[in-house]
Every structure is written in C-alpha cells, then in structure tokens.
Design a protein around this ligand. Structure first.
Ligand code: CP3
Length: 381
C-alpha cells in the first residue's frame, strides 16, 4: 500500500510545515503503527513484547557476505543497482535476525542530482572534487532532479516485497529509509570530505548568512522529496543522520542548524512516518535535538542511556547505545555491557536497542549475532 504524501505534493509544498491536506499526519497525534512491527511501535513509544534491535551499519565491511559482493562492485555501484542494494540489505537483516532492515545506500547520494561530484576513495572515505564555498556555487545547486535518486526507492520496494509477510514470531520486520541532516551533509559539501575541525563549514555559517541559509534551504527541499520517495516505496521509518552535529556547541547548533533540521523532521513526519534523529557526541545537544520534534533520538555511548532519557523527561523514544568497539570484547564483558543498556532502559516503552555508532570493519560477526540474541533473550518487557 502506498503511503500518504506524494513526491509531487511534497516537492511543491515547500514552505508548509504539514498537516494541511487530509492525507498528512496530524502532528499533535502520534501516528498509528501501520503494521504489527515491534520496531515501529517502539518508535512511537507503544508497548511491545520485547525490545526491538537493529544495528547501525549492519551491512558493511565486517560481514563476509558484503565483502563478496564488494569484490565485484564499487560502493556506488551497489547503491545504484536496486537488485544488489536490496540483496545486501536483506542478507544483513536475515543473517543477524534483527527487527529492522536499513536500506543500503549512502548519505552522499543526493549530491549527484544537486550537481556536486564526489567519489569514495579507498581508505579516505568520500571526496568532493570541487568543495562548495561560495554563494554563487550554492545558487547553482539543483533541487529539481530528485527523481534521479529513484533507484533507492526501487531497492526499498524490493526489500519491502521480500519482507511483506510476518516472520515466524508474527512480527513484521521494519524497513528504514534514511537521509543526512542539513548540517552533516553541508559539512561534506563544504569541507570536501571528512573533517576534524569543520573550519570551512563554520566559517561560512558564521560569516555568510545568505549562503548558509540558502544551502540549508536547498538541502531541506531535496531531502524532503527524497524521503517522500522512500516512504512511497515502503519505508516505515526515516532515520535522519546528523553524524557530525557533535562538532557544534549548543549555541551554534541552535542558531544555525535547529530550524532547518526541525523543518526537515516535521515535513518527513507529515508523510506519515516516525523519524529517528541520530548524531554522535551529542550528549549536551540532546535537549536541543529534542526540539526538532523527532519521534526517536539516537544516542552514542558517551552518555548513559538512563541519564540521557531522563534528561529528556522520557518525552520521546530513544535508540542506542552500545559502544560498537565493545563487540571486540570477550563474551562476559560484552554480555554485561549489553545488559547495562537494557537495564538503563528499565523496560520503558520506546527503547530500540542499537549501537552508539556503526559496526567497524574487523568486528567478529559471531559477537554481532550473539548481541542480537542476548537482546532478544533479556530485553523482555
Ligand atoms: O547497514 C548500513 O548501515 C549500510 C548503509 C549505509 C552506508 N552509509 C553504506 C556505506 C548507511 C546508513 C550509510 C550512512 C552514512 N554514510 C553516514 C552516516 C552514518 C554514520 O556512520 O554516521 C555517513 C557519515 C556516510 C558517509 C560515508 N560513507 C563515509 C564517511 C564513508 C567512509 C567511512 C567508511 O566506513 O569507510 C562511507 C562509506 C560507506 N558507506 C561504507 C558503507 C558500507 C563502507 C565503504 C565500502 O564498502 O567501501
């Protein structure tokens, strides 16, 4: 069944924060869980039979099945070929037996239709060939070619088709679409790749208000239309990755990023799906991130889940937050850390077990599988 909020409608309906047409979700009310999915229910803080679990970067280089595919294809080929992207997504979800599948794609894919060329260099990560540093370059960014990203939707359709019937335990596997948040995507465009100090990004933020605002606006336009395509294709939830928001102080986050991110979150929610908003090193930003209205906040491991959730007054669902490097620890240490996260959540509705950031290459697969099994055993309401 297709979801409310068509691509055309969303792309055109730019300035409107939602709730206008009859199809859109009334943001004063939580959406009803459309499926018997404990993952979707937990996103909405509804009670579930046991803690749902999935893992950031569950399809990645630690997994031999992924490396076999990767031997024959580049990362971008995998992302842009729906048959392969869907297969990689499905294989990881089934191998780990998790409660949700995140579509195999990358944060930077929307750069191409915006007119920003990039590639992934081995050992270096993403490289943008002509970093965006001026108002003129931002004015030239295209926002009208989001249809070029429909290969992601085709992959989602295949994943949704594969998981359309409930699993043996009666639960429907959740399907997660995703996009980057405006700040994190802008940082890749402006720096030209990964960064330590975000000097050029912050320089533009502080000194060229017109350029920064236009960049935020264009990114939000593209990301809303891209998310709409994913929802239309069958994504149950959209995760917004603000991986590098932790580089910002509270005042900078509030002055330069909160408004565009809030607009993005609200407009995705208006499509009828919950939003998970995730960042790394964000302990001090959590109350501000909460103001975006996201249904779920993702935590990294530097804050205890108990403390972070309490700080938020239990006002939304939370996702996290095992340190992914714990997956290298001996069994007893790993097991006790998994239990601590579950104890921190204390059986409250609205906890989704996850890592505090993505699984890294070299992680022992058997530890990842065990972790999922332990959550299923112990994360019982
Ligand atoms: O299961 C999954 O989560 C896989 C899907 C996925 C990928 N990228 C594939 C990928 C997702 C959700 C992403 C999001 C993404 N991409 C983020 C946000 C998540 C986070 O880590 O905070 C970011 C920052 C990017 C940008 C990006 N892509 C970087 C910085 C790198 C290089 C770092 C690295 O791990 O090598 C990538 C490459 C990338 N994207 C890989 C994968 C599986 C690994 C490279 C490969 O296969 O060659």
């Amino acid at each position: 069944m297709s979801k409310p909020g068509s691509i055309e409608e969303t792309a055109v309906n730019h300035a409107s924060p939602a709730t206008k047409d009859s199809d859109s979700r009334d943001l004063t009310q939580p959406p009803e869980s459309p499926t018997g999915s404990r993952f979707v229910k937990a996103c909405l803080c509804q009670p579930v039979d046991r803690t749902p679990v999935w893992l950031l970067r569950q399809a990645g280089r630690y997994m031999p099945e992924y490396m076999t595919v990767r031997k024959h294809h580049t990362l971008l080929e995998i992302c842009r070929t729906p048959e392969i992207a869907s297969e990689v997504t499905i294989t990881a979800a089934e191998r780990l037996s998790v409660d949700a599948a995140i579509i195999f794609a990358d944060l930077l894919l929307p750069f191409t239709p915006m007119g920003v060329d990039f590639e992934f260099l081995a050992g270096e990560g993403p490289v943008v060939h002509s970093p965006i540093r001026t108002l003129e370059q931002i004015q030239a960014l295209r926002t009208d070619r989001v249809e070029d990203l429909l290969y992601v939707s085709r992959a989602i359709e295949r994943v949704a088709g594969h998981f359309s019937s409930p699993r043996p335990d009666g639960d429907q596997l959740g399907i997660i679409g995703f996009c980057g948040a405006p700040f994190t995507l802008a940082s890749y465009m402006i720096e030209g790749g990964s960064s330590r100090n975000y000097i050029e990004t912050k320089r533009m933020m502080y000194s060229d208000c017109a350029a920064w605002s236009l960049l935020m606006e264009k990114l939000v336009t593209v990301l809303v239309a891209y998310a709409a395509q994913q929802v239309e294709a069958g994504a149950d939830v959209i995760q917004v990755f603000d991986s590098w928001a932790g580089a910002l102080g509270i005042a900078d986050y509030r002055d330069y990023c909160l408004a565009p991110t809030t607009e993005l979150v609200r407009r995705i929610q208006a499509l009828g799906v919950p939003v998970i908003y995730f960042g790394v090193d964000t302990a001090s930003l959590l109350p501000s991130m909460r103001e975006t209205g996201a249904d779920v906040l993702g935590f990294d491991w530097r804050i205890s889940l108990a403390e972070g959730w309490k700080t938020l007054g239990y006002s939304c669902a939370v996702q996290g937050n095992l340190d992914p490097i714990t997956l290298f620890a001996p069994e007893d240490v790993l097991r006790s850390r998994v239990n601590e996260v579950l104890k921190d959540a204390d059986g409250r509705p609205g906890h989704i077990f996850n890592l505090g950031h993505g699984i890294v290459p070299g992680t022992p697969v058997e530890n990842v599988i065990r972790t999922v099994e332990w959550v299923k055993e112990f994360g019982v309401r």
